[in-house]
Design a binder for this molecule. Structure first.
Ligand code: SF4
Length: 441
């Protein structure tokens, strides 16, 4: 069999795409290798959220291009978000690349492989306005061995936040068909996965684009929840104003849906939110988060924030720090603003914040995040919680299992037995900044 290696960068959506690509390639006589030097086909699945990640992708294929000099049959593919954006330009920059594959045409991979093996160079980056579900059904997915299966339910985004490249790389929002999603969920459960995470840039707007049916995220959750067996359901990422009361109620009623919401706020200042083209202000976000806290017992709410958005003043940045604190957020992903070509905010060069200031603000944001995480973790000490075990490792001579609670808290437990994939009841005995410690009951 020929060997394929895919270097995956960026978000869970890309990881999920790579699992699909591995699945398709296995039907064409390729087996996965973890050693790029042994591969006959090398692919990089790129991320364009930050310049750094894009630069890394180019330097990686630069290295692979050198290998080609001594291994002329080696094939190189440039895929994912940067491919979608730059398309044929990639060939100009790296003429040793054999194919460029954007995010919209993943299911043309088998056709591409045939063509490159006949010596053609191929670029498949046109935007499509439909899901590729009819194609998806033909191939098994080669999931990374884990307890958690990530299943995309929507692709793309219509929001056009002024800093974000996603609508340009992933296109307009398209919901996948319920039948295809349910098939993927059943397949994952039959293969032993214990947690299903439904994935989308705006997961709560699932189904808004269906013309032939009235079927939304709450309906999908109900169908998945009704499947037999013990497993958990999560859904990410939520856009604040798309979270309806019906969805929150459904999440509370369904026993398999976990008490966890990831709701990016991005800034705690209403004027910055307006400049970001987010469709809510500080007060609205507080209202939504507080409502969820009231309706969902033990819920954790996590978020994303950007430091140093163009034009952000010190006072506006302080509103972000205070929002994080007052909302008692359980964890936040943080990043300094990075301009992305094509986006509206990237053109506001005269409002760019100095790199030093951005770095300093990011450090303060991270410090506030650390305080919030520790405070959140401390609330659970003494509680009994169910943990789904994901790992078994030896830390400094001690065997430790670790996993997550329903509300997504990481728990480390001393244990000599590998219980990966099992649900166990644990007494929480301690809290650190990023995780809890516990004892098996
Ligand atoms: S909601 Fe905004 S930040 Fe999120 S993917 Fe869409 S455009 Fe990007």
């Amino acid at each position: 069999m020929k060997k394929v290696y895919i270097e995956t960068m960026g978000c869970q959506m890309n990881k999920s795409d790579s699992e699909r690509m591995y699945g398709m390639l296995s039907n064409f006589g390729y087996e996965e290798t973890s050693e790029p030097k042994k591969a006959d086909l090398l692919m990089v699945n790129t991320c364009s959220i930050r310049q750094l990640s894009e630069d890394k992708a180019y330097s990686l294929i630069g290295l692979w291009g050198k290998w080609k000099k001594t291994k002329p049959d080696l094939k190189i593919g440039f895929c994912g978000c940067v491919a979608q954006q730059k398309a044929k330009e990639i060939f100009k920059r790296a003429n040793y690349v054999d194919f460029v594959l954007g995010t919209h045409k993943i299911y043309s991979l088998p056709e591409i492989i045939k063509k490159i093996n006949e010596g053609e160079k191929v670029c498949e980056c046109e935007e499509t306005h439909q899901t590729e579900d009819n194609e998806a059904i033909k191939y098994d997915i080669q999931r990374v061995k884990s307890v958690n299966a990530w299943i995309p339910i929507t692709e793309g985004c219509n929001n056009f936040c002024t800093y974000c490249i996603v609508p340009y790389t992933r296109g307009r929002e398209r919901s996948r068909l319920p039948g295809t999603i349910l098939k993927e969920v059943k397949d994952a459960l039959n293969s032993g996965f214990k947690e299903i995470t439904l994935l989308g840039q705006n997961v709560d707007s699932y189904g808004k684009d269906f013309k032939d049916r009235n079927y939304r995220l709450a309906d999908l959750l109900k169908e998945i929840n009704a499947l037999e067996g013990k497993f958990r359901i999560r859904f990410v990422t939520s856009y604040p104003t798309d979270i309806t009361d019906e969805l929150i109620k459904t999440a509370v009623e369904l026993d398999k849906v976990c008490e966890y919401f990831h709701i990016p706020m991005q800034s705690g200042d209403s004027d910055v939110l307006k400049a970001m083209n987010r469709r809510y202000d500080r007060e609205k976000y507080f209202e939504i988060a507080n409502k969820i806290r009231k309706m969902v017992p033990d819920v954790t709410i996590t978020s994303d924030f950007i430091a140093g958005f163009p034009g952000e003043t010190e006072e506006q940045f302080q509103n972000t720090l205070s929002a994080m604190e007052e909302l008692e957020l359980d964890y936040s992903n943080t990043a300094a603003y990075s301009p992305r070509e094509k986006t509206v905010a990237a053109k506001w060069v005269d409002k760019y914040i100095d790199e030093d200031v951005k770095t300093e603000r990011l450090a303060r944001l991270n410090e506030q995040n650390r305080k919030c995480c520790l405070a959140s973790n401390q609330k659970f000490v003494g509680r009994e919680m169910e943990v789904l075990i994901e790992n078994f490792e030896n830390h400094n001579g001690k065997n430790v299992i670790s996993g997550r609670t329903r509300n997504n808290k990481i728990v480390h437990i001393d244990c000599d037995k590998d219980l990966t994939g099992e649900f166990i009841n644990v007494k929480i005995t301690g809290s650190k900044t990023w995780y809890l410690t516990g004892k098996i009951l």
